[in-house]
Design a protein around this ligand. Structure first.
Ligand SMILES: *Cc1c(COP(=O)(O)O)cnc(C)c1O
Length: 395
């Protein structure tokens, strides 16, 4: 068993030192060892010609962008992907020099100034965006061309120019001053499905567009298409870069991809018992008395609630781990607190740590388990933890 030393967190709004951590009511623990392991597993899985972009948008899926980015780069990732300009600036301000691709659309003057100033790399979604970029860079007399990434829509119907217009789009970017085409990319809509039909059609369209562009004698420095699911599903989709989010955080995008490589969940959600009491048979628990004690039970109050990101819809329908055992949550989950039936532990003390997501002994509760109960996806669960919860890096 690894000795786990708490380390001060750098990403939290509430700066959290070791002492503060021990007095916290609830927190998110980020296992940097697991993160590093996942990145190394991914790098090993890729051929040497393919680089790994760690996607750290949305505060690294709730894990804390700066710590995750630094650890991912140290472990073999060479690119970072973010959704917005401020997310990119946050990484630059922390001293990170790696190339940063902004996956979202940007086209306001303020955004373009910031992109130039902070050396971020934008996604160009249309000829119009390309013209705006070029004009604004001209107006501020930006000296060196900025690297830009051309986004094609091959079937996601989100950002990008329709793949059939790819050639004209690329020709325009080639002609415009201040822009240097760094890559062409697209995004897959169904890579996590066991049925690869749509994904293969998107791949075919992408290949066809690329072939047309190459036929015009244009050199494309770099191509990328795969997210986590496509990376695990099919190495023909890897190209020069893979853009991996979820798998970096140790979760599988789909059950049928679970055996491809070994991954370890990075995030654990923990909270402390704040009060323990006995309630008599027939006693109602929490708002609306949605739970009535069928017999005398030992009840524990825990200092975490839906304002921290524990979905209220899990009320009366979730378990937590205490001392390696599963314990039933009872009653409606409230804003800051929730209750447990801890009758199995006669000696449970206030201050004892409860694991809501993570592992204790042989028992494990994952973001996937929550996602299944809530009819959503693990991505949304991870992004749901609020900043009231300090992120504590452990290794
Ligand atoms: C978020 C995102 C990714 C990463 O997706 P995962 O499924 O988490 O690996 C890759 N590419 C784009 C364009 C994205 O927006």
């Amino acid at each position: 068993m690894l000795s786990r030393k708490p380390r001060p967190s750098v990403d939290s709004n509430q700066e959290c030192d070791t002492y503060a951590w021990f007095s916290q009511r609830a927190w998110v623990e980020i296992d940097l060892e697991a993160l590093s392991y996942n990145v190394k597993q991914l790098v090993q899985f890729l051929s040497p010609r393919t680089q790994l972009m760690a996607v750290v948008k949305a505060d690294a899926y709730g894990h804390g962008a700066v710590t995750v980015a630094q650890t991912a780069l140290e472990s073999g990732a060479s690119w970072l992907g973010v959704a917005t300009v401020p997310e990119g600036i946050q990484l630059r301000e922390a001293g990170i020099n790696a190339p940063i691709l902004i996956l979202g659309a940007t086209h306001t003057i303020e955004q373009i100034h910031a992109i130039a100033q902070w050396k971020l790399q934008p996604t160009l979604c249309s000829p119009k965006h390309a013209l705006i970029f070029s004009n604004i860079l001209e107006s501020i007399k930006h000296d060196s061309p900025i690297p830009v990434h051309i986004k094609l829509d091959t079937g996601m119907s989100r950002l990008g120019t329709n793949w059939q217009q790819a050639a004209e789009f690329v020709q325009l970017v080639q002609r415009l001053p201040h822009l240097e085409m760094k890559s062409i990319y697209s995004h897959l809509a169904t890579a996590d499905s066991p049925d690869a039909t749509v994904m293969q059609e998107q791949h075919r369209r992408f290949s066809e567009a690329i072939a047309q562009i190459k036929a015009m004698g244009i050199k494309i420095p770099c191509l990328h298409l795969a997210n986590s699911a496509a990376t695990l599903a099919d190495s023909a989709l890897h190209y020069d870069i893979v853009r991996v989010g979820l798998a970096v955080y140790g979760l599988y995008p789909a059950t049928h991809l679970q055996n491809v490589i070994d991954l370890k969940p990075v995030l654990q959600l923990k909270a402390r018992v704040t009060q323990v009491k006995t309630i008599a048979a027939g006693t109602g628990v929490s708002y609306g008395h949605q739970f009535i004690a069928p017999h005398e039970i030992r009840l524990a109050v825990v200092g975490i609630g839906y304002a921290d990101g524990v979905p209220r819809n899990l009320s009366n329908n979730m378990e937590v781990l205490i001392r390696g055992q599963r314990v039933q949550q009872i009653g409606t989950i409230t804003m800051d607190q929730l209750m447990l039936d801890v009758s199995a532990f006669g000696d449970l003390q206030e201050g004892e740590v409860v694991t809501l997501l993570g592992q204790q002994g042989n028992e494990q509760i994952s973001a996937n388990d929550w996602a299944e109960k809530l009819n959503t996806i693990s991505w949304e669960i991870l992004c749901g933890f609020k900043h009231r919860l300090p992120r504590v890096a452990v290794m």
